[in-house]
Design a protein around this ligand. Sequence first.
Ligand SMILES: Cc1cc2nc3c(=O)[nH]c(=O)nc-3n(C[C@H](O)[C@H](O)[C@H](O)COP(=O)(O)O)c2cc1C
Length: 407
Amino acid sequence: MANPWFESVAEAQRRAKKRLPKGVYGALVAGSERGLTAEDNIAAFAELGFAPHTAGLANEKNMATTVMGQEISLPVIISPTGVQAVTPDGEVDVARAAASRGTAMGLSSMASKPMEEVIAANPKTFFQLYWVGDRDVMAAKVERARRAGAAGLIATLDWSFSYGRDWGSPFIPERINFEAARRYAPQVLTRPRWLWGFAKTMKIPDLTVPNMVATPGDKAPTFFEAYGQWMQSPMPTWEDVAWLRELWGDKPFMLKGVMRVDDAKRAVDAGVSAISVSNHGGNNLDGTPAAIRALPAVAEAVGDQVEVLLDGGIRRGGDVAKSLALGAKAVMIGRAYLWGLGANGEAGVGNVLDLLRDGLGSAMIGLGHTSIDQFSPSDLVIPPSFERHLGVDGVDAPFAPHSSGKG
Ligand SMILES: Cc1cc2nc3c(=O)[nH]c(=O)nc-3n(C[C@H](O)[C@H](O)[C@H](O)COP(=O)(O)O)c2cc1C
C-alpha cells in the first residue's frame, strides 16, 4: 500500500476525493450559492505575506495555550461539522486524533456519533448547538451536554438556510434504503476502501443525528428530519443568547459565527466567554467576506474582554500564524481535518494537526518568535484594502476596496 502519510492538506483533499463516494466528498466541499465566500476564505490568506528575519532566529517553539478553559498544545482546535459517513467511527476518530495531539474538539449537533462517546474519547470536547425548537427543547439538550461532561458549549446561529450551489449539490439520502442504495451504488462500488471500512463493522451508515434528542439512546431523527425541525424554529434573539449562556452556568460558552463589531459587542453583553469570527466556512450568506478580513476590527474591539478565535480557510500552519498575528487567540479548522479523515481516518486527522503544527513552527522560526504570543501585525505584509470593518458605522461593501479610512 502507498505511504498513507501526506505532506499537505491539498494532498489530503486529493486523496479524500479519490477515496470517498462522490456524494460524501461533495458534502465536505460544501459552500453555498456562487461559492464567493468559501473562495474568499482561502484567497484572503494568500493576500497576506510574511516579513521574515534572517539571523538571530530561535529553535524554541512554545505553542501551548488555553481555549475556553482547556489547555491545548497548539492554537488549533477542531471546528464542529455535521458530516456523515466519512468513516464508521466518524467524530470518535476525530476526537481520538485531537486528544492524541493534545487539543480540543467542537462536536456538532448534526454529528453522527453521540456526545457521550465523543467526550469519552476526548474530554476536551465542546458541544455545539443550533437553535432548534423552543427554550424548553434547548434546555433539555443543554442538560444532556452537562450530564455528558461537555467542557463548554458552542452556539452557532449564523445559518441562513441558503441552498443551491452553482456547481451542484450531492445527493444525500434520507436513510439507506433500497432506492438510496441503487442511486448510490455506482459511486460506492468504485470506492472499495471506503466500502470496506463500513463492511468490516457490519454496519451501514444510518445517517441519523443522535445529539438532537435530549436523552441518550432515544430514537434519533435523520439528518433531514432534524433539518426540517430547525427550519421551522423561530430565530433566536440576543435575549435567547443571554438566556442560553446563563443556563449553561459557569462553564465556558462560545458564540460562533460573529463577523461584525457591533455583534461582537452584543455577544460580550450577553456574557459569552469566547467568539469565533467565522462565516461558517462560506456555507451561509454568500458574499460575506473572508473571516480573516473581519478579524482585526473584531479583535481590536472585544479581544480584551472575550477569547477571539477565527475559523474559515485554514489550510496550513502559515494561515494559523497569520490569524494569530491579526488578533486571534487560536483557530478552528473544518475542511482541513475532514480531508484528513477522508484520506486516512483517525491517523489522517492527526496528520493534518501535525502539518499545521509544523507549518506554524516554520513561521515562528522565520519570524524569530519563541512563543505564539509574540505574533503581531508587524510580522505581516498586509495589502492596503485587506481588512473589512463590518458593523462599524455601517457596513463596508464586502468585496469593494475598503475606503472608510477607519483603522
Ligand atoms: C461539511 C461541513 C459541515 C459543517 N457543519 C457544521 C455544524 O454542524 N456546525 C457548525 O457550527 N459549523 C459547521 N460547519 C462550519 C465549520 O465549523 C467551520 O466554521 C468551517 O468549516 C470553517 O471553514 P474551513 O472549512 O475553511 O476550515 C461545517 C462546515 C463544513 C465544511
